[in-house]
Design a protein around this ligand. Structure first.
Ligand code: GDP
Ligand code: MG
Length: 424
């Protein structure tokens, strides 16, 4: 039996989906434990190119059971749109390879509506939400005002519970945002679109995973967003509204007693950050535009241009510590091949002092990056599959990072496709 987590070390979009797709053939289960349809995990394989939002990236491997755990925000609209997109490209998705925890909560249409209303209210102080309803969803969950997926199987009870929640929610919509109230009929109609379709997927996945552990099966856990978006440990308030860290896995996946054997932290060879918030080592102007174009750094969910910068060792060390990562998969090394000198942010300067520990989120605005420059290699490395075949300066770049993060870099990815990687 093996349990392994694949998590993002930085601001997200490190290539988690790509790494999960690569390793999932060695696992019996792939489990998502938090977040909703706001992820964009790109996977390129024999079926084509996909941006997965809610569905685990193990869906392409035959024999893998993919689970959406109780910590997930289950958005039925997003889910079935995604299932259809996958099926249209020949990927099998059915109740045998996709299961939804009966304890996951439903993301309602009003969560997206409230996300938009609140971002509009905030105007230039907006958080940069993907407007998928995630913050309103988790607020409601912790106020105990959501419907558990398993309740869909109990229609009489469901109606009563929905009526109570709707009465409360309409107060917020009308009194706080001066928006139109929602009628019970339209809400129930929306639910009826999905109840029958969801039914076959709803399972006691906690029990299924418990049995899987007894049967010595291999389980992989897929994080949805990076460390720095964790609600408790990230760059609050520019975080997501759930815990992205590996330590939340036992709770959000539905097996509270599980221990993780391996935590693979995914780090991109440079930094990117989508949306608002402090991003100390940001490259602007021509240099930034060039890196963004080379790395094709546009959001998989939203198409938004990502902010880019050199690798930030201060943030990366912090992310690794928060995740308790045992190994690192370094992605997109091939993208840096055009640079003569490669900048790396090694420290921050804060109020005239050099710091190498990630500071309190509100101090980030006052931090300035301190760079060191490493020699580039200036050749295409995307076809290389062996460590010793990498140009010496590319090896040195990887070793330099490894020495500065105190965590072994075992995998180096040099392309989008499944096999474009080097194992050290
Ligand atoms: P995730 O959200 O962490 O799964 O990452 P995204 O999918 O949002 O962003 C990563 C992007 O980089 C995707 O377009 C991947 O296909 C791509 N990618 C991942 N690894 C590599 C790599 O080693 N080289 C190149 N060129 N692209 C990569
Ligand atoms: Mg992404």
């Amino acid at each position: 039996m093996k349990t392994c987590a694949i998590v993002g070390i930085n601001w997200g979009d490190e290539g988690k989906g790509r790494i999960v797709d690569l390793f999932s053939s060695n696992f019996d289960y792939v489990v998502r434990y938090q977040g909703g349809g706001n992820a964009g995990h790109t996977v390129v394989n024999k079926y084509g190119k996909f941006a997965l939002h809610l569905i685990p990236s193990g869906i392409f491997n035959k024999g893998v059971v993919n689970i959406l755990g109780n910590g997930v925000a289950l958005d039925p609209e997003s889910l079935f749109e995604e299932i259809e997109g996958l099926r249209n490209k020949g990927v099998v998705v059915n109740e045998n390879n996709l299961m939804i925890s009966d304890r996951a909560s439903i993301l309602f249409p009003w969560h997206k509506q409230l996300d938009i209303l609140e971002e509009n209210r905030l105007k230039d102080k907006k958080y940069g939400s993907t407007k998928q309803g995630i913050a309103p969803f988790y607020s409601d969950k912790y106020q105990k005002k959501t419907i558990l997926v398993g309740e869909l199987l109990h229609s009489k009870h469901l109606k009563e519970h929905l009526k109570d929640i709707l009465e409360w929610k309409n107060l917020t919509l009308t009194e706080v945002y001066h928006s139109e109230p929602i009628s019970f009929e339209s809400l129930y109609e929306w639910f009826n679109l999905y109840i029958a379709k969801l039914r076959p997927f709803i399972k006691d996945t906690g029990k299924i995973l418990e049995d899987a552990i007894k049967d010595k099966k291999n389980i992989l856990f897929e994080a949805q967003l990076g460390s720095l978006r964790d609600i408790d440990y990230g760059i609050y308030p520019y975080t997501t509204s759930s815990n992205t860290l590996a330590s939340y896995i036992p709770l959000g996946a539905g097996i509270p007693s599980i221990k993780l054997d391996e935590i693979i932290g995914v780090v991109k060879a440079y930094s990117t950050c989508v949306g608002e918030g402090p991003f100390v080592a940001e490259l602007n102007g021509e240099e930034g535009d060039k890196l963004r174009e080379e790395g094709k750094e546009y959001g998989a969910k939203t198409g938004r241009p990502r902010r880019v910068g050199p690798l930030d060792l201060v943030a990366t060390r912090y992310g690794i510590k928060c995740q308790n990562a045992t190994t690192i998969a370094l992605t997109k090394l091939d993208i840096l091949s055009y640079m003569d000198k490669i900048p790396v942010c090694t420290k921050y300067e804060l109020n005239g002092e050099l710091i190498d520990e990630f500071p309190f989120p509100f101090e980030l605005e006052d931090c300035h990056p301190v760079y060191e420059y490493l020699d580039g290699w200036k050749e295409d490395i995307s076809k290389i599959r062996k460590w010793e075949d990498l140009p010496i300066n590319a090896q040195k770049y990887v070793e330099y990072i490894e020495n500065n993060i105190s965590c072994p870099i075992k995998y180096v990815s040099v392309g989008q496709e499944r096999n474009a990687y080097i194992e050290r």
